[in-house]
Design a protein around this ligand. Structure first.
Ligand code: CO
Length: 504
């Protein structure tokens, strides 16, 4: 038993090592790789992915799992195994079974179709012409429906797709959660719309990129990002990637006319990185060193970006430093004015630029569309019209063109059906965890006003980071907050914060 377990750990560590090697190639591709290398890089990544897939479904791993009782789940009651060992076997078996369910012909076809689709999506978005992408999207929807069939489901094919990103979540439960948001958000946004809008004109100025970068690096230091265990670089779309237990890379983007996007992009990705760097030593390099769901991962980035990074207390300490960096832009602007400006609520067409009040409506819109596409209730041809109608219904806006509407996000082009809901869940989990943290640390607000962010990091480490994916998402939520995911906590958070900002 012990021997089989040790062997499985060794196999698993090799898999992780290969995955990290693939991540180096991916990171390089998005940051420093010369343009002419794109084809060779594709071949390198495909070759490595093939090796990883074959290893992940190998008979060696299969028979070790059988020996360990993963098939009949007898390991669950084996007294010789620790809780961590049992969680390890559960996750290793799940990964193995999931990979096994997908035929390699499907995997190859999916990789090929989505790679083509992503470049066609780019062209379509640039030309703002959905018809240049709709053919690819039809193929992708066929493929994800096949995938749902391979994975299996009882209720809704979308459940099988959610499983990949938000294990344990179902379409029905999401409908419930989103119904609560739909009851609250539109009237709340209307009320804010009727109030006096905050002035953010001083943010719509030119903020020199090199100074933005300096301030981003200042922020990394304040958030205790360990510079010997990671890097900050620039890419077209900000991301975080894990190259090893002690090598987590983040990227951001600086636009001299969009100061907020660079700053909060950095804070957001640092939140992801601190999570990846916070797994406990004994699970490092194993399949347990992972998030239980993308919603939990996003809860970490959104906590730092919005709940901490857009709080008044946070800027009470950091605003003088920001002013030192941008004396011209911010001369005469008080901390309070700055705080209000970075929390301005205004419906817009673009998800990634949305404020934290309107953001989740962008997600509900995508969820409703994805679910109906997968169920075959709506066709790809109808999409732009349905999208625009929902934008009017939810946010009162009509996109000017396809680029601003149905083509704005890359997710469908890479086949990520089921991915979008995790963003909204991240906001909800983030609010619920933060409420728990505030209860646990009574003088938290004072600490943040004094620039002391380590209380937050230590709390997140102790309650969330160190466990990796040992507990499923909602179990973790219950452990940390005493109850399952409850959208009301997020609703209360928004109500409390924005009632004050907008005096409503
Ligand atoms: Co994120």
């Amino acid at each position: 038993m012990r021997e089989a377990l040790e062997k499985l750990y060794a196999e698993d560590r090799q898999l992780k090592t290969l995955e990290h090697a693939a991540a180096v190639l991916g990171w390089d591709q998005e940051t420093y790789m010369p343009a002419a290398a794109v084809e060779e890089r594709g071949a390198q990544l495909a070759a490595l992915s093939g090796i990883i897939h074959r290893k992940a479904v190998s008979d060696t791993i299969g028979s070790l799992l059988t020996q360990l009782g993963a098939l009949d789940e007898s390991y669950q009651t084996n007294p010789d195994l620790s809780e961590a060992d049992r969680a390890f076997i559960r996750i290793a078996a799940r990964n193995y079974n999931k990979q096994k369910k997908l035929p390699s012909e499907w995997v190859e076809q999916f990789a090929q179709t989505t790679s083509m689709a992503q470049s066609n999506w780019s062209r379509a978005k640039e030309a703002s012409d959905f018809s240049l992408f709709s053919g690819d999207l039809n193929k992708i929807i066929d493929l994800v429906r096949q995938k749902a069939g391979y994975i299996g489901y009882t209720d809704h094919p979308y459940d099988a797709l959610l499983d990949e990103y938000e294990l344990g979540m179902t379409t029905e439960r999401l409908e419930h959660i989103f119904r609560d948001l739909l009851l609250f958000l539109p009237p709340f946004i209307r009320k804010i719309g009727e109030a006096k809008q905050v002035d953010d004109s001083f943010l719509q100025q030119n903020y020199p990129v090199d100074t933005q970068e300096k301030f981003s690096r200042y922020m990394l230091g304040q958030m205790s990002f360990p510079s010997e265990r990671g890097r900050l670089d620039v890419s077209a779309h900000p991301f975080t990637t894990t190259l090893g237990s002690s090598d987590v890379r983040i990227t951001t983007r600086y636009n001299e006319n969009l100061f907020q996007s660079g700053l909060f992009g950095t804070i957001h990705e640092t939140g992801h990185a601190l999570y990846e760097l916070g797994f406990s030593d004994d699970i490092r390099g194993t399949c347990l060193a992972d998030c239980p769901s993308l919603g939990i991962h996003e809860s970490q980035s959104r906590t730092w970006e919005n709940i901490v990074g857009r709080s008044r207390q946070f800027w009470e300490f950091h605003y003088p430093e920001l002013k030192k960096h941008f004396p011209q832009n911010l001369s005469g602007v008080t901390t309070e004015q700055f705080y209000r400006a970075i929390n301005k609520v205004e419906p817009s067409c673009i998800r990634v630029e949305a404020d934290e009040v309107t953001y989740n409506l962008h997600i509900v819109l995508r969820f409703q569309i994805e679910k109906d596409l997968v169920a075959g209730k709506i066709s790809v041809e109808e999409l732009p019209g349905i999208w625009n109608a929902k934008m009017v219904e939810f946010l009162g806006l009509t996109p000017q063109n396809d680029a601003e509407g149905v083509l704005q996000d890359i997710h469908w082009a890479f086949g990520g059906f089921g991915y979008f809901p995790t963003y909204a869940l991240g906001n909800l989990y983030g609010a619920q965890f933060s409420a728990g943290m505030e209860q646990d640390i009574p003088d938290l607000a004072a600490a943040v006003s004094a620039g002391k962010l380590t209380d937050i990091l230590n709390w997140l480490r102790r309650n969330i980071h160190r466990f990796g994916c040992m507990y499923p998402a909602e179990d973790l939520c219950r452990r940390v907050t005493g109850k399952a995911l409850d959208p009301q906590v997020f609703i209360d958070y928004l109500t409390f914060k924005y009632r004050k900002i907008y005096a409503i």
